[in-house]
Design a protein around this ligand. Structure first.
Ligand code: HEM
Length: 459
């Protein structure tokens, strides 16, 4: 596996004195000498560079909190989970989304990912019930059906000793799951137009225009459902019925479109890229793959399985968790301070952008033993209980954490259980890993792999 950045031992003694580093066992004292402005690189971030590598390099040099100039804003890059906790949970009301959200807004409109304040709160309240665990149970069939189709395709390739494009196939499968969950029986109408999410990898202005134009299909489907008085139990149906707690009003169509487009995009690439990384890591770590096979070997046939059977698969969950630690799809969360604030003993002037990168925190050498190593056992029953809860934050934290976390977890767990029970995937030749840290963390190249059918487990 590639080492993304080498951690030069920067001055730990000094950082511990400054209260930047926690101690695992002793209570932490964050404030020592008043120190108002964090240090950081004197040069501005050059947008032609790769932002993730640039942040990694400067984290190595400056540590848990450094000041930088990025895209014309003053930024504090924070990699101490206690600072992340403060910004995302404790004083979250003082922080709105950072500048980067403007580009997301061009693609998605003012949906849940982008909206702010009271409007966001009321939308979140209206949408949250659609992600309740009971509703998720109903998706079991949708997820297993899509995975049976994928399994047959890969088994067929295995029999022919062929290869499969894991990146593309997973992307298509996840898109199908997301679209059926949202549009239910109207899936056929959206499948083809929305396939650009899978076939187009660029997320530029041209893509945004093409994607936004698809909003009219959402309106057409909603209008027809109303005309036919057709109530549907899919996500679109639930959002069409949702009412604002205070006003009792339903969402206007324009808002419905923004919310649906948000769910499609947020639910597709994140989950697909996580699974893509999982297959890559398994192919590089046969010992982990073997242990996973042992857990899945005892699983009865898929037809008799219920949701809770999948949820019980502890090692499968650990493999996914460890993948998200190393390759968090949402690798950067940005916020902007509304009013002046303090982080430890540093002053945060109003307007400062705060960058919180799960990638940096989840590979932090002071928080994780051998952070570059893929080791799902670190999430086993022996897991270090003294570790800060936000040493892992792939779905963010606080009121604006991912609304689709349970959905994504169920989807990924079922996919891994169904496919890895029957198949092993091996990378072809030398696999090149080059991170593409765009909206989500992806590999620049598709993973092409050879599927092999596993011998059935001896019961
Ligand atoms: C492995 C899969 C996923 C990962 C890693 C992930 C990660 C994240 C992260 C880190 C955020 C917070 C962004 C920020 O604060 O700036 C977020 C927010 C969000 N996610 Fe996910 N997500 C995943 C799957 C999903 C799915 C399946 C859906 C829906 C179908 C979804 C819908 C959303 C929405 C709507 C928000 C905005 C929530 C709000 O601000 O109220 N995500 N996600």
């Amino acid at each position: 596996m590639i080492v993304i950045y080498k951690h030069r031992r920067y001055n730990h003694r000094k950082r511990r004195r400054n209260g930047e580093l926690g101690h695992r066992k002793k209570p932490v004292v964050m404030i020592t000498k008043p120190k108002r402005v964090p240090s950081g690189p004197s040069e501005k971030f050059d947008p032609s560079q790769d932002l993730l590598s640039w942040l990694c390099d400067h984290f190595t040099q400056f540590g848990n909190l450094f000041k930088a100039s990025i895209y014309g804003s003053d930024v504090f890059v924070v990699s101490d989970p206690r600072y992340a906790h403060y910004v995302l949970r404790e004083n979250w009301q003082n922080y709105k989304k950072g500048q980067a959200i403007k580009r997301v807004g061009l693609l998605l409109g003012n949906g849940l990912m982008v909206s702010e304040g009271e409007f966001w709160k009321s939308q979140r309240r209206m949408i949250q019930p659609a992600f309740h665990s009971d509703v998720m149970g109903a998706l079991l069939n949708v997820i297993t059906t899509a995975n049976v189709k994928l399994l047959r395709k890969w088994e067929d390739a295995a029999q022919k000793r062929g290869t499969v494009n894991v990146t593309r196939d997973i992307s298509l499968m996840i898109l199908e799951v997301v679209l059926i969950s949202i549009f239910g029986d109207d899936y056929e109408q959206v499948a083809e137009p929305f396939s650009i999410l899978s076939s187009e990898s660029a997320r530029d202005l041209q893509f945004a225009q093409a994607f936004r134009a698809l909003g009219k299909i959402v309106v057409q489907i909603a209008t027809r459902r109303r005309k036919e008085s057709r109530m549907c139990a899919d996500l679109l149906g639930m959002l069409m019925e949702a009412r604002d707690r205070e006003t009792g009003e339903r969402m206007p169509d324009r808002q419905l479109v923004s919310e649906i487009m948000t769910l499609i995009v947020a639910g597709h690439e994140t989950t697909a890229s996580t699974l893509n990384w999982t297959w890559y890591l398994l192919s590089e770590h046969p010992d982990v793959e073997e242990k996973l096979s042992r857990e899945l070997g005892s699983l009865p046939s898929i037809e008799v399985l219920e949701l809770r059977d999948f949820q019980k698969l502890a090692y499968t969950r650990q493999v996914i968790e460890e993948t998200m630690r190393l390759y968090p799809a949402g690798w950067l969360m940005t916020r902007r301070a509304l009013r002046e604030d303090k982080l430890g003993d540093y002053i945060v002037p109003a307007g400062t952008e705060i960058y919180i990168s799960p990638f940096l925190i989840q590979r932090h050498p002071d928080l994780w033993t051998a952070p570059e190593r893929f080791d799902p056992d670190r999430f086993g029953s022996e897991q270090d209980q003294s570790q800060h809860a936000l040493a892992m934050l792939p779905f963010s934290a606080g009121p604006r954490k991912c609304i689709g976390e349970s959905f994504a977890r169920i989807e990924m767990q079922i996919h891994m259980a169904m496919i890895a029970k029957s198949l092993r995937l091996r990378c072809v030749g030398r696999t090149i890993v080059e991170l593409d840290a765009g909206v989500n963390l992806r590999n620049k190249h598709d993973f092409i792999m050879v599927p092999e059918i596993k011998a059935p487990a001896v019961q």
